[in-house]
Design a protein around this ligand. Structure first.
Ligand code: ARG
Length: 460
Protein backbone atom coordinates (compact mmCIF):
# COMPACT_ATOMS: atom_id res chain seq x y z
CA UNK A 1 0.00 0.00 0.00
CA UNK A 2 1.53 3.28 -1.06
CA UNK A 3 0.30 6.63 0.22
CA UNK A 4 -0.62 7.52 -3.36
CA UNK A 5 -2.48 4.35 -4.41
CA UNK A 6 -6.09 5.64 -4.49
CA UNK A 7 -6.48 5.60 -8.25
CA UNK A 8 -4.78 2.22 -8.75
CA UNK A 9 -6.46 -1.17 -8.70
CA UNK A 10 -3.27 -3.23 -8.67
CA UNK A 11 0.06 -2.57 -6.97
CA UNK A 12 3.33 -2.07 -8.80
CA UNK A 13 5.49 -5.03 -9.81
CA UNK A 14 8.09 -5.89 -7.19
CA UNK A 15 10.93 -5.02 -9.53
CA UNK A 16 9.27 -1.63 -10.14
CA UNK A 17 9.11 -1.08 -6.37
CA UNK A 18 12.79 -1.92 -6.08
CA UNK A 19 13.67 0.20 -9.09
CA UNK A 20 11.74 3.21 -7.89
CA UNK A 21 12.73 3.39 -4.25
CA UNK A 22 15.62 5.56 -3.14
CA UNK A 23 15.83 4.96 0.59
CA UNK A 24 19.39 3.72 0.25
CA UNK A 25 20.28 7.25 -0.82
CA UNK A 26 17.87 9.59 0.93
CA UNK A 27 17.63 7.79 4.27
CA UNK A 28 20.45 10.05 5.47
CA UNK A 29 18.07 13.03 5.20
CA UNK A 30 15.59 11.70 7.76
CA UNK A 31 16.46 14.34 10.34
CA UNK A 32 15.89 17.08 7.78
CA UNK A 33 12.59 15.48 6.75
CA UNK A 34 11.36 15.46 10.34
CA UNK A 35 12.57 19.02 10.89
CA UNK A 36 10.68 20.17 7.78
CA UNK A 37 7.56 18.31 8.88
CA UNK A 38 7.68 19.91 12.33
CA UNK A 39 7.93 23.38 10.79
CA UNK A 40 5.13 22.66 8.33
CA UNK A 41 2.85 21.30 11.05
CA UNK A 42 3.55 24.30 13.26
CA UNK A 43 2.67 26.66 10.43
CA UNK A 44 -0.54 24.71 9.66
CA UNK A 45 -1.63 25.18 13.28
CA UNK A 46 -0.71 28.87 13.32
CA UNK A 47 -2.93 29.61 10.33
CA UNK A 48 -5.74 27.43 11.68
CA UNK A 49 -5.54 24.59 9.13
CA UNK A 50 -5.10 22.13 11.99
CA UNK A 51 -5.97 22.48 15.67
CA UNK A 52 -3.40 22.94 18.40
CA UNK A 53 -4.33 19.46 19.67
CA UNK A 54 -3.58 18.06 16.22
CA UNK A 55 -0.28 19.88 16.25
CA UNK A 56 0.65 18.41 19.63
CA UNK A 57 -0.23 14.93 18.33
CA UNK A 58 1.79 15.42 15.16
CA UNK A 59 4.84 16.76 16.98
CA UNK A 60 4.76 13.93 19.52
CA UNK A 61 4.31 11.41 16.70
CA UNK A 62 7.21 12.90 14.74
CA UNK A 63 9.37 12.66 17.88
CA UNK A 64 8.54 8.97 18.10
CA UNK A 65 9.33 8.39 14.42
CA UNK A 66 12.63 10.19 14.95
CA UNK A 67 13.45 8.08 18.00
CA UNK A 68 12.58 4.89 16.13
CA UNK A 69 14.72 5.86 13.15
CA UNK A 70 17.54 6.89 15.44
CA UNK A 71 17.80 3.59 17.28
CA UNK A 72 16.83 1.39 14.35
CA UNK A 73 13.44 0.24 15.67
CA UNK A 74 11.91 1.51 12.47
CA UNK A 75 13.60 0.40 9.27
CA UNK A 76 11.46 1.47 6.31
CA UNK A 77 11.17 -1.01 3.47
CA UNK A 78 11.27 -0.33 -0.29
CA UNK A 79 7.48 -0.09 -0.51
CA UNK A 80 7.62 3.27 1.29
CA UNK A 81 9.57 4.54 -1.72
CA UNK A 82 11.47 7.40 -0.16
CA UNK A 83 12.24 9.04 3.17
CA UNK A 84 9.27 11.41 2.91
CA UNK A 85 6.72 8.64 2.63
CA UNK A 86 8.64 6.52 5.13
CA UNK A 87 8.27 9.22 7.78
CA UNK A 88 4.68 10.08 6.91
CA UNK A 89 3.41 6.50 6.73
CA UNK A 90 5.04 5.64 10.06
CA UNK A 91 3.51 8.78 11.56
CA UNK A 92 0.05 7.75 10.36
CA UNK A 93 0.59 4.25 11.71
CA UNK A 94 1.49 5.76 15.09
CA UNK A 95 -1.05 8.56 15.49
CA UNK A 96 -3.83 7.60 13.06
CA UNK A 97 -6.01 10.08 11.19
CA UNK A 98 -4.33 13.20 12.53
CA UNK A 99 -1.15 12.05 10.84
CA UNK A 100 -2.96 12.17 7.54
CA UNK A 101 -3.44 15.93 7.99
CA UNK A 102 0.28 16.69 7.83
CA UNK A 103 0.46 16.58 4.05
CA UNK A 104 -2.03 19.45 3.69
CA UNK A 105 -0.61 22.14 1.38
CA UNK A 106 2.56 20.17 0.88
CA UNK A 107 3.94 17.81 -1.74
CA UNK A 108 6.93 15.53 -1.82
CA UNK A 109 8.27 17.85 -4.48
CA UNK A 110 8.65 20.81 -2.13
CA UNK A 111 9.55 18.43 0.71
CA UNK A 112 12.52 16.90 -1.08
CA UNK A 113 13.65 20.32 -2.27
CA UNK A 114 13.55 21.55 1.33
CA UNK A 115 15.24 18.48 2.81
CA UNK A 116 18.11 18.71 0.35
CA UNK A 117 18.67 22.39 1.13
CA UNK A 118 18.69 21.68 4.85
CA UNK A 119 21.11 18.80 4.33
CA UNK A 120 23.35 20.90 2.11
CA UNK A 121 23.50 23.71 4.64
CA UNK A 122 25.08 21.41 7.23
CA UNK A 123 27.23 19.51 4.77
CA UNK A 124 28.64 22.62 3.11
CA UNK A 125 29.46 24.19 6.47
CA UNK A 126 31.33 21.02 7.45
CA UNK A 127 33.13 21.00 4.10
CA UNK A 128 34.12 24.67 4.41
CA UNK A 129 35.55 23.97 7.87
CA UNK A 130 37.59 21.06 6.56
CA UNK A 131 38.84 23.19 3.67
CA UNK A 132 39.82 25.90 6.13
CA UNK A 133 41.73 23.34 8.10
CA UNK A 134 43.61 22.36 4.96
CA UNK A 135 44.63 26.00 4.51
CA UNK A 136 45.80 25.87 8.12
CA UNK A 137 47.79 22.66 7.47
CA UNK A 138 49.50 24.26 4.47
CA UNK A 139 50.32 27.40 6.46
CA UNK A 140 51.75 25.27 9.28
CA UNK A 141 53.95 23.46 6.77
CA UNK A 142 55.12 26.82 5.40
CA UNK A 143 55.99 27.95 8.91
CA UNK A 144 57.93 24.73 9.45
CA UNK A 145 59.74 24.37 6.13
CA UNK A 146 58.93 27.47 4.13
CA UNK A 147 62.60 28.47 3.84
CA UNK A 148 63.65 25.21 2.17
CA UNK A 149 65.12 25.80 -1.27
CA UNK A 150 63.74 24.06 -4.33
CA UNK A 151 63.62 24.45 -8.07
CA UNK A 152 60.50 26.21 -9.31
CA UNK A 153 59.27 24.45 -12.44
CA UNK A 154 57.56 25.34 -15.65
CA UNK A 155 56.81 22.42 -17.98
CA UNK A 156 58.25 20.33 -15.11
CA UNK A 157 61.66 21.67 -16.19
CA UNK A 158 63.76 23.58 -13.69
CA UNK A 159 62.89 27.25 -14.03
CA UNK A 160 64.08 29.44 -11.17
CA UNK A 161 65.07 28.77 -7.56
CA UNK A 162 62.22 29.32 -5.13
CA UNK A 163 61.37 28.59 -1.53
CA UNK A 164 59.04 25.74 -0.62
CA UNK A 165 56.90 28.25 1.27
CA UNK A 166 56.24 30.14 -1.95
CA UNK A 167 55.13 26.94 -3.65
CA UNK A 168 52.87 25.78 -0.82
CA UNK A 169 51.27 29.19 -0.43
CA UNK A 170 50.07 28.96 -4.02
CA UNK A 171 47.99 25.99 -2.88
CA UNK A 172 46.91 27.72 0.32
CA UNK A 173 45.41 30.57 -1.71
CA UNK A 174 43.67 28.13 -4.04
CA UNK A 175 42.14 26.25 -1.13
CA UNK A 176 41.10 29.53 0.48
CA UNK A 177 39.11 30.28 -2.66
CA UNK A 178 37.63 26.79 -2.41
CA UNK A 179 36.39 27.68 1.07
CA UNK A 180 34.85 30.86 -0.31
CA UNK A 181 33.26 29.00 -3.21
CA UNK A 182 31.72 26.50 -0.79
CA UNK A 183 30.41 29.32 1.41
CA UNK A 184 29.07 31.13 -1.64
CA UNK A 185 26.70 28.27 -2.40
CA UNK A 186 25.14 28.77 1.04
CA UNK A 187 23.98 32.25 0.00
CA UNK A 188 21.92 31.03 -2.94
CA UNK A 189 20.74 28.04 -0.96
CA UNK A 190 19.16 30.32 1.56
CA UNK A 191 15.48 30.23 0.53
CA UNK A 192 12.75 27.86 1.60
CA UNK A 193 10.78 25.82 -0.98
CA UNK A 194 8.30 24.38 1.53
CA UNK A 195 4.68 25.28 0.82
CA UNK A 196 5.23 25.40 -2.94
CA UNK A 197 3.15 22.24 -3.15
CA UNK A 198 3.53 20.20 -6.31
CA UNK A 199 4.32 23.34 -8.34
CA UNK A 200 1.30 25.66 -8.28
CA UNK A 201 0.96 26.65 -4.66
CA UNK A 202 -2.17 25.87 -2.67
CA UNK A 203 -5.66 27.30 -2.10
CA UNK A 204 -5.13 27.05 1.67
CA UNK A 205 -4.12 30.14 3.64
CA UNK A 206 -0.59 28.98 4.47
CA UNK A 207 2.21 31.22 5.75
CA UNK A 208 5.36 30.38 3.86
CA UNK A 209 7.22 33.19 5.59
CA UNK A 210 6.68 31.46 8.90
CA UNK A 211 7.83 28.07 7.59
CA UNK A 212 10.93 29.71 6.16
CA UNK A 213 11.64 31.40 9.50
CA UNK A 214 11.14 28.19 11.46
CA UNK A 215 13.68 26.44 9.27
CA UNK A 216 16.15 29.33 9.50
CA UNK A 217 15.89 30.39 5.89
CA UNK A 218 15.96 34.11 5.10
CA UNK A 219 12.85 33.90 2.91
CA UNK A 220 10.61 31.54 0.95
CA UNK A 221 11.55 30.76 -2.67
CA UNK A 222 9.40 33.36 -4.48
CA UNK A 223 8.12 31.10 -7.28
CA UNK A 224 6.52 27.74 -6.48
CA UNK A 225 7.56 26.19 -9.75
CA UNK A 226 11.16 27.30 -9.34
CA UNK A 227 11.02 26.03 -5.76
CA UNK A 228 10.40 22.43 -6.84
CA UNK A 229 12.37 22.42 -10.10
CA UNK A 230 15.59 24.28 -9.40
CA UNK A 231 18.70 22.21 -8.94
CA UNK A 232 21.26 24.88 -9.76
CA UNK A 233 22.35 24.98 -6.11
CA UNK A 234 23.23 21.28 -6.39
CA UNK A 235 25.12 21.93 -9.62
CA UNK A 236 26.89 24.84 -7.97
CA UNK A 237 27.88 22.86 -4.89
CA UNK A 238 29.13 20.01 -7.02
CA UNK A 239 31.00 22.42 -9.28
CA UNK A 240 32.63 23.92 -6.19
CA UNK A 241 33.56 20.38 -5.14
CA UNK A 242 34.91 19.59 -8.61
CA UNK A 243 37.12 22.69 -8.60
CA UNK A 244 38.30 21.92 -5.08
CA UNK A 245 39.08 18.35 -6.15
CA UNK A 246 41.14 19.65 -9.06
CA UNK A 247 43.22 21.54 -6.52
CA UNK A 248 43.54 18.51 -4.26
CA UNK A 249 44.49 16.42 -7.26
CA UNK A 250 47.25 18.83 -8.24
CA UNK A 251 48.65 18.73 -4.73
CA UNK A 252 48.44 14.96 -4.81
CA UNK A 253 50.30 14.77 -8.07
CA UNK A 254 53.14 16.80 -6.55
CA UNK A 255 53.12 14.71 -3.40
CA UNK A 256 53.49 11.59 -5.54
CA UNK A 257 56.32 13.11 -7.57
CA UNK A 258 58.12 14.66 -4.61
CA UNK A 259 58.02 11.44 -2.60
CA UNK A 260 59.49 9.40 -5.48
CA UNK A 261 63.10 8.37 -5.20
CA UNK A 262 63.88 10.35 -8.30
CA UNK A 263 62.82 13.60 -6.59
CA UNK A 264 63.41 12.59 -2.95
CA UNK A 265 62.09 15.94 -1.73
CA UNK A 266 59.68 14.71 0.91
CA UNK A 267 59.05 11.61 2.97
CA UNK A 268 55.44 10.78 3.72
CA UNK A 269 54.58 10.16 7.35
CA UNK A 270 53.85 6.56 8.34
CA UNK A 271 50.26 7.53 9.04
CA UNK A 272 49.57 8.27 5.37
CA UNK A 273 51.97 5.97 3.52
CA UNK A 274 51.30 2.38 2.53
CA UNK A 275 53.39 -0.70 1.84
CA UNK A 276 53.38 -3.29 -0.89
CA UNK A 277 52.28 -6.89 -0.40
CA UNK A 278 55.15 -8.11 -2.57
CA UNK A 279 57.91 -5.48 -2.55
CA UNK A 280 59.06 -5.08 1.04
CA UNK A 281 60.92 -1.82 0.47
CA UNK A 282 57.89 0.08 -0.82
CA UNK A 283 56.50 3.18 0.81
CA UNK A 284 53.68 4.20 -1.43
CA UNK A 285 51.81 7.51 -1.65
CA UNK A 286 48.40 5.80 -1.86
CA UNK A 287 46.62 8.60 -0.03
CA UNK A 288 47.63 11.11 -2.69
CA UNK A 289 46.93 8.67 -5.51
CA UNK A 290 43.44 7.96 -4.19
CA UNK A 291 42.68 11.66 -3.93
CA UNK A 292 43.94 12.15 -7.49
CA UNK A 293 41.82 9.22 -8.64
CA UNK A 294 38.69 10.27 -6.78
CA UNK A 295 38.72 13.67 -8.47
CA UNK A 296 37.31 11.90 -11.53
CA UNK A 297 34.31 10.73 -9.54
CA UNK A 298 33.44 14.25 -8.48
CA UNK A 299 33.84 15.60 -12.02
CA UNK A 300 31.53 12.75 -13.05
CA UNK A 301 28.91 13.83 -10.52
CA UNK A 302 28.95 17.36 -11.90
CA UNK A 303 28.46 16.00 -15.42
CA UNK A 304 25.65 13.76 -14.17
CA UNK A 305 23.81 16.68 -12.55
CA UNK A 306 24.15 19.07 -15.47
CA UNK A 307 23.07 16.38 -17.91
CA UNK A 308 20.13 15.49 -15.67
CA UNK A 309 18.69 18.99 -15.61
CA UNK A 310 19.52 20.28 -19.05
CA UNK A 311 16.57 18.72 -20.88
CA UNK A 312 13.94 18.68 -18.13
CA UNK A 313 10.66 20.43 -18.78
CA UNK A 314 9.25 22.22 -15.73
CA UNK A 315 8.33 21.28 -13.10
CA UNK A 316 9.22 18.14 -11.13
CA UNK A 317 10.31 15.05 -13.06
CA UNK A 318 11.36 11.82 -11.46
CA UNK A 319 14.77 12.12 -13.10
CA UNK A 320 15.50 14.51 -10.25
CA UNK A 321 15.55 11.67 -7.76
CA UNK A 322 18.99 10.86 -9.18
CA UNK A 323 20.34 14.23 -8.07
CA UNK A 324 21.01 13.21 -4.49
CA UNK A 325 23.31 10.28 -5.26
CA UNK A 326 25.50 12.60 -7.33
CA UNK A 327 25.42 15.44 -4.80
CA UNK A 328 26.06 13.26 -1.74
CA UNK A 329 28.92 11.43 -3.39
CA UNK A 330 30.52 14.68 -4.55
CA UNK A 331 30.37 16.24 -1.09
CA UNK A 332 31.35 13.05 0.78
CA UNK A 333 34.29 12.48 -1.54
CA UNK A 334 35.51 16.06 -1.43
CA UNK A 335 35.23 16.16 2.36
CA UNK A 336 37.17 12.92 2.79
CA UNK A 337 39.86 13.97 0.31
CA UNK A 338 40.23 17.40 1.93
CA UNK A 339 40.76 15.86 5.37
CA UNK A 340 43.21 13.26 4.08
CA UNK A 341 45.22 15.88 2.22
CA UNK A 342 45.50 17.99 5.37
CA UNK A 343 46.73 14.89 7.20
CA UNK A 344 49.31 14.16 4.54
CA UNK A 345 50.73 17.70 4.67
CA UNK A 346 50.84 17.67 8.46
CA UNK A 347 52.69 14.37 8.78
CA UNK A 348 55.24 14.42 5.97
CA UNK A 349 58.82 15.50 6.43
CA UNK A 350 60.82 17.60 4.00
CA UNK A 351 64.36 16.69 3.06
CA UNK A 352 65.51 20.18 3.86
CA UNK A 353 68.92 20.03 2.19
CA UNK A 354 67.86 18.16 -0.89
CA UNK A 355 68.46 21.02 -3.33
CA UNK A 356 70.84 23.22 -1.39
CA UNK A 357 73.97 22.03 -3.25
CA UNK A 358 72.32 20.55 -6.31
CA UNK A 359 71.13 23.96 -7.47
CA UNK A 360 74.51 25.62 -7.12
CA UNK A 361 75.79 26.18 -10.64
CA UNK A 362 72.52 24.97 -12.15
CA UNK A 363 71.27 26.60 -15.31
CA UNK A 364 68.07 27.57 -13.51
CA UNK A 365 70.17 30.56 -12.44
CA UNK A 366 70.30 31.80 -16.04
CA UNK A 367 67.63 34.42 -15.33
CA UNK A 368 69.89 35.74 -12.53
CA UNK A 369 72.67 36.52 -15.00
CA UNK A 370 70.19 38.34 -17.20
CA UNK A 371 68.68 40.22 -14.25
CA UNK A 372 72.16 41.18 -13.06
CA UNK A 373 72.93 42.71 -16.45
CA UNK A 374 69.62 44.59 -16.31
CA UNK A 375 70.76 46.19 -13.04
CA UNK A 376 73.80 47.37 -14.99
CA UNK A 377 71.61 49.09 -17.56
CA UNK A 378 71.53 46.35 -20.21
CA UNK A 379 68.10 45.88 -21.89
CA UNK A 380 66.48 42.64 -20.74
CA UNK A 381 66.22 41.08 -24.21
CA UNK A 382 69.96 41.64 -24.79
CA UNK A 383 70.75 40.33 -21.32
CA UNK A 384 68.57 37.26 -21.95
CA UNK A 385 70.51 36.54 -25.13
CA UNK A 386 73.88 36.92 -23.40
CA UNK A 387 72.82 34.58 -20.63
CA UNK A 388 71.58 32.06 -23.17
CA UNK A 389 74.96 32.11 -24.90
CA UNK A 390 76.66 31.48 -21.56
CA UNK A 391 74.41 28.45 -21.00
CA UNK A 392 75.25 27.13 -24.48
CA UNK A 393 78.94 27.64 -23.79
CA UNK A 394 78.79 25.81 -20.45
CA UNK A 395 76.83 22.95 -22.00
CA UNK A 396 79.43 22.60 -24.74
CA UNK A 397 82.20 22.58 -22.12
CA UNK A 398 80.31 20.17 -19.90
CA UNK A 399 80.48 22.57 -16.93
CA UNK A 400 77.99 24.35 -14.68
CA UNK A 401 77.72 28.06 -13.84
CA UNK A 402 79.75 27.41 -10.70
CA UNK A 403 82.87 26.83 -12.83
CA UNK A 404 82.68 30.31 -14.35
CA UNK A 405 84.98 33.17 -13.31
CA UNK A 406 84.19 36.86 -13.56
CA UNK A 407 86.61 37.04 -16.48
CA UNK A 408 84.67 34.26 -18.24
CA UNK A 409 81.45 36.21 -17.82
CA UNK A 410 83.04 39.35 -19.18
CA UNK A 411 84.05 37.58 -22.39
CA UNK A 412 80.29 37.45 -23.10
CA UNK A 413 79.46 41.00 -22.04
CA UNK A 414 81.48 43.76 -20.44
CA UNK A 415 78.50 44.86 -18.35
CA UNK A 416 79.07 42.18 -15.69
CA UNK A 417 79.90 44.03 -12.46
CA UNK A 418 82.42 42.97 -9.83
CA UNK A 419 79.71 41.28 -7.73
CA UNK A 420 78.23 39.37 -10.69
CA UNK A 421 79.18 35.95 -9.35
CA UNK A 422 77.26 36.53 -6.12
CA UNK A 423 74.11 36.52 -8.24
CA UNK A 424 74.72 32.83 -8.86
CA UNK A 425 73.92 31.74 -5.32
CA UNK A 426 70.52 30.01 -5.56
CA UNK A 427 69.34 30.91 -2.06
CA UNK A 428 70.09 34.60 -2.46
CA UNK A 429 68.61 34.44 -5.95
CA UNK A 430 65.32 33.30 -4.46
CA UNK A 431 65.49 35.79 -1.63
CA UNK A 432 66.15 38.67 -4.01
CA UNK A 433 62.68 38.27 -5.54
CA UNK A 434 61.07 40.65 -3.11
CA UNK A 435 58.43 42.01 -5.46
CA UNK A 436 54.86 41.65 -4.19
CA UNK A 437 53.95 37.96 -4.29
CA UNK A 438 57.53 36.97 -5.10
CA UNK A 439 59.33 33.99 -3.59
CA UNK A 440 61.51 36.01 -1.17
CA UNK A 441 61.03 34.98 2.46
CA UNK A 442 59.80 38.48 3.29
CA UNK A 443 56.92 37.91 0.86
CA UNK A 444 56.31 34.39 2.15
CA UNK A 445 56.00 35.78 5.68
CA UNK A 446 53.66 38.54 4.56
CA UNK A 447 51.34 35.97 2.96
CA UNK A 448 51.48 33.74 6.04
CA UNK A 449 50.36 36.73 8.12
CA UNK A 450 47.56 37.53 5.68
CA UNK A 451 46.32 33.94 5.80
CA UNK A 452 46.51 33.90 9.61
CA UNK A 453 44.37 37.01 9.66
CA UNK A 454 41.83 35.31 7.41
CA UNK A 455 41.90 32.10 9.45
CA UNK A 456 41.52 34.08 12.65
CA UNK A 457 44.70 32.52 14.02
CA UNK A 458 47.90 34.25 14.98
CA UNK A 459 51.45 33.66 13.87
CA UNK A 460 54.03 33.31 16.62
N1 ARG B 1 11.84 10.66 -4.04
C1 ARG B 1 11.70 11.79 -4.88
C2 ARG B 1 13.04 12.46 -5.12
O1 ARG B 1 13.95 12.15 -4.48
C3 ARG B 1 10.85 12.87 -4.28
C4 ARG B 1 9.43 12.66 -4.41
C5 ARG B 1 8.76 13.27 -5.55
N2 ARG B 1 8.19 12.20 -6.28
C6 ARG B 1 7.12 12.30 -7.05
N3 ARG B 1 6.74 11.23 -7.64
N4 ARG B 1 6.49 13.43 -7.22
O2 ARG B 1 13.15 13.31 -5.97
Amino acid sequence: MALWDGRFSAGPAQDMVNFSECLGVDMRMWRQDIEGSRAHATMLATVGLITTEDLATLLAGLDTVAAELEDGRYVPGPETEDIHMAVESRLIALVGDVGARLHTARSRNDQVATDVRLWMRDALNTLAEAQMDLVRALVERVEEDGDVLMPGFTHLQRGQPIFLGHHLLAYAWMVKRDVERTQDVLKRLDACPLGAGAMAGTPHPIDREQTARLLNFSAPVPNAMDAVSARDHLCEATAACAIAMSHLSRQSEELVIWSSQEFRYIRLGDAYATGSSIMPQKRNPDAAELVRGKSGRVFGSLTALLTMVKGLPLAYNRDLQEDKAALFDAIDTTLACTRITAGVWRTLSVHRDRYEDVLRGDFLLATELADHLVTQGVPFRTAHHVSGRIVAYCEAQGIGFDALTLADLRTFHDGFADDALTWLDPRSAADRRTSLGGTAMSQVSAQVSALHAWLGTSSD
